[in-house]
Design a protein around this ligand. Structure first.
Ligand SMILES: *[C@@H]1O[C@H](CO)[C@@H](O)[C@H](O)[C@H]1NC(C)=O
Ligand SMILES: *[C@@H]1O[C@H](CO)[C@@H](O)[C@H](O)[C@H]1NC(C)=O
Ligand SMILES: *[C@@H]1O[C@H](CO)[C@@H](O)[C@H](O)[C@H]1NC(C)=O
Length: 323
């Protein structure tokens, strides 16, 4: 927005004296948003970055929510839960559209193809709807979640909706128990090529700019997920506006290894149209959110000698005796 000319400067000055600086910022914002869409407005840096996602009233959870994601997981305070079952993955190959959304690259699974997740911490059956990629400009700063303060190179979100209760993703995303996101950490390795993910990374030249989209055929979800699905789980939110707190997060314990050249391909993606070729998509990572006393449970059995269950029983009994 150009407000540098004398005339505009004078108008702005008068507006500020009349309404105060905050009101004026709101008015300017309303004007700029009127010209486009809220969904086009937010970004990961600058004025439209995460600390200002609060500006749209519909995104109140982004600033006021108490169950926000991502979080920093402290390995020490993970709670081993022997009741957590294995996750069942039903189905395998999916086709769909890979789209450059500006803030991320998303693979939208065709609604006629079906891969579902159930059991584990999930009370319902969840159908895979999208796969989103988050990555940094260089290794070690590309994940949204961190473990003991450590980030990995990239993070893939397999986003699924509760298909027992809802018709599609958009109906489920605001509803209790609506979503699950399976989070796969990515590590790069110089001499590898991840064959299945190359079906996506080979397509980057077709989706360089925001709005570009291309078809993807037959990606095998079973070969993207590690064989041994040990995981950590907690209740959190979508990591983009409106930050809905409807997500059962499942963070897989094993990373996937992709070639450095594959991640470098994603790093060439732009977040805007060819008018602004210098704006890159990388670093599309929301900062860590407060845990607010949430518990992160795991089925990773770390050989606990004295089961937690028994200790809790002892403590309960002791309290009863005291009363
Ligand atoms: C993440 O948690 C670890 C402890 O597990 C802590 O040392 C570190 O400072 C935390 N980092 C952030 C960014 O909160
Ligand atoms: C989701 O389902 C509802 C109700 O059937 C429908 O109105 C809406 O258009 C659907 N949304 C999408 C994105 O398919
Ligand atoms: C990508 O989008 C831009 C407009 O932003 C367009 O000029 C270009 O042709 C598109 N590329 C492809 C491969 O569709």
């Amino acid at each position: 927005m150009e407000l540098t000319t004398t005339a505009n400067g004078f108008v702005l000055f008068s507006l500020i004296t009349l309404f105060g600086i905050h009101k004026v910022l709101w008015i300017l914002l309303d004007i700029s948003v009127c010209l486009g869409q809220w969904s086009d407005w937010w970004t990961y840096t600058g004025f439209s970055g995460p600390s200002n996602w609060r500006i749209n009233k519909d995104w109140i959870l982004c600033s006021e929510g108490k169950l926000q994601s991502p979080i920093n997981i402290s390995a020490e305070s993970l709670l081993f839960d022997p009741g957590l079952k294995n996750i069942i993955v039903t189905g395998n190959k999916v086709s769909g559209k890979l789209t450059n959304l500006g803030n991320d690259v998303t693979f939208f699974v065709s609604s006629t193809d079906s891969v579902s997740f159930s059991l584990g911490p999930l009370p319902y059956v969840y159908k895979l709807s999208q796969m989103k990629f988050h990555f940094g400009r260089k290794d070690g700063m590309g994940t949204e979640h961190s473990i003991d303060g450590k980030q990995f190179d990239a993070e893939v979100h397999l986003m699924a909706y509760n298909s027992d209760l809802f018709k599609n993703y958009s109906m489920a995303e605001r509803a209790p128990r609506g979503l699950t996101i399976i989070c796969l950490f990515i590590k790069t390795s110089r001499d590898t090529t991840h064959t299945e993910l190359s079906k996506i990374t080979n397509m980057v030249s077709k989706i360089q700019f925001r709005g570009n989209t291309t078809d993807i055929d037959e990606i095998s979800i079973q070969s993207i997920l590690p064989a041994n699905l040990q995981y950590m789980t907690y209740e959190g939110s979508v990591t983009q506006p409106g930050c809905y707190e409807t997500v059962t997060w499942i963070l897989l314990n094993k990373p996937a290894f992709v070639g450095e050249h594959q991640l470098n391909a994603l790093r060439t993606l732009r977040m805007d149209t060819p008018d602004h070729p210098q704006l890159f998509m990388f670093d599309n990572v929301r900062p860590i959110q407060p845990l607010h006393r949430r518990t992160v449970r795991t089925n990773i059995n770390t050989n606990i000698k004295c089961p937690i269950k028994r200790e809790i029983q002892y403590m309960v009994n002791k309290n009863i005796i005291k009363q």
